[in-house]
Each structure stands twice: as structure tokens, then as C-alpha cells.
Write a protein that binds this ligand. Structure first.
Ligand code: AMP
Length: 214
């Protein structure tokens, strides 16, 4: 299975990808997570990406494409993967197509999680994630059993620095101008499945699973 999770920031791509990888034995490849690891490790890529991410802007295509190419070349991605947050521009989609085509592969499904902008802002400002294992919570919709502690590993839950309301609005503007056209790129290949993104995490997961099984 070679899948992409597509949709606006905060639509639930990361949360749902975490659930789907538990059922399919393929890795979840989140470009946001990879870039945050680079920032934490202080690599040259992390230092360059930091300024863009802090402002809610997209990291330049050439940097992200090289990072993804390197990740897709690792052994665990040979049998399939779930891309989460990539491609986010048409040039990224074209580079991904070329990379896969050289391996005789292609993206089989693009799962488009559709959520309106007003709901996105509400979701993102309440989002918290575990600094140790990456599990995602929401203060209102999926709160942890103990405040600010991860149910899975006990790690501390924090809000991402780019999850403030002003930065969410910048990220949404980036989504509409640069990322939404990626949907058209894959629609022409007939692989996009639109999933209504409102409802409980379980309800949305069931819809995704039905779209994948069809
Ligand atoms: P995410 O965790 O997917 O919301 O991504 C967080 C931030 O990382 C984004 O706001 C961008 O600054 C950057 N980022 C993640 N994925 C990409 C990508 N495919 N292209 C460019 N920038 C990205």
C-alpha cells in the first residue's frame, strides 16, 4: 500500500495515519515530524526549516523533496508507506511521482480529509502532542486521562509552537494557495477518495477504512 493523507492542517491526518499504520504493516512518514526531528537535532536542514515552520510557512520544495527521497529509500518503506503531510505542493507531487515511477511504483490512494476552516482553528489550538512518543490528543475531543500526560507512555504533552491561532491562519492560507492544487493533480489520476472529516476519531477512521477497502 502506497498512500497519501491529504487535507488542511489539523484535519486529522496525523491522528488517523497513526491508527491506519496499526492495521497495515507499513511506516507512517510525516514530513512535519521528520522536520521537527531535524530541528531538535540541530541539523543544517533543521536550522533552515525552523524559520519557515515558526512563521507557518512551507519549507522550500528542494529541501523537503530530498528529505523524503532519503526516507523512502530506507528498507522499511520498500513494501509501502503512508505519507502524512507530503506532497504539499504540485512540484512536490511531481517529484514524488518521478521518484516512484523510477521504482516502477505509484501512489495508489490519496485520502482527502475534508474539514472546513472554522473547525480547523478550533481543533488546532486545542491540540497537544507527546514529546516522547508523538501520540496526539485534544483538550476537548480526545483528552488524556491525566492532564498534560500521555496515556500511552506517560510523556509530557505540549502544544506545538506553530499551533497558535495566528499561525494556524497563515498555514490555512498556505494550504489554499499551494497545497489544495495537489488534490487536482491526483484527481486526474483517479486515486483521490474524499472523506468527510467531521465526527469522532473512530467514525472518521471507519470512513477511511471503508474507502481503503472499497
Ligand atoms: P505538519 O506537522 O504537517 O502540520 O507540518 C508542520 C510544518 O512543517 C508546516 O507548517 C511546514 O512549515 C512544514 N512542513 C511539513 N511538511 C511539509 C511539506 N511537505 N512541504 C513544506 N513544508 C512542510
Amino acid at each position: 500500500m502506497r498512500l497519501c493523507f491529504f487535507g488542511p492542517p489539523g484535519a486529522g491526518k496525523g491522528t488517523q495515519a497513526q491508527r491506519i499504520v496499526e492495521r497495515l504493516s507499513v511506516p507512517q512518514i510525516s514530513t512535519g515530524d521528520l522536520l521537527r526531528h531535524h530541528r531538535k537535532a540541530g541539523t543544517p536542514l533543521g536550522l533552515t526549516a525552523q524559520g519557515f515552520m515558526e512563521r507557518g510557512l512551507l519549507v522550500p520544495d528542494d529541501l523537503v523533496i530530498a528529505m523524503v527521497a532519503e526516507r523512502l529509500g530506507q528498507a522499511d518503506a520498500a513494501g509501502g508507506f503512508i505519507l502524512d503531510g507530503f506532497p504539499r505542493t504540485v512540484p512536490q507531487a511531481e517529484a514524488l511521482d518521478a521518484l516512484l515511477s523510477a521504482r516502477g511504483q505509484e501512489i495508489e490512494r490519496v485520502l482527502f480529509l475534508d474539514v472546513a476552516d472554522g473547525e480547523i482553528v478550533r481543533r488546532i489550538v486545542g491540540r497537544r502532542s507527546c514529546g516522547s512518543c508523538g501520540t496526539i490528543f485534544h483538550v476537548e475531543f480526545s483528552p488524556p486521562a491525566v492532564a498534560d500526560r500521555c496515556d500511552r507512555c506517560g510523556g509530557e504533552l505540549t502544544r506545538r509552537s506553530d499551533d497558535s491561532e495566528d499561525k494556524v491562519r497563515t498555514r490555512l492560507a498556505e494550504y489554499h494557495s499551494s497545497t489544495a492544487p495537489v488534490g487536482g493533480h491526483y484527481a486526474s489520476k483517479g486515486v483521490v477518495r474524499r472523506i468527510h472529516g467531521l465526527g469522532s476519531i473512530e467514525e472518521v477512521c471507519d470512513r477511511l477504512w471503508a474507502a481503503l477497502s472499497a
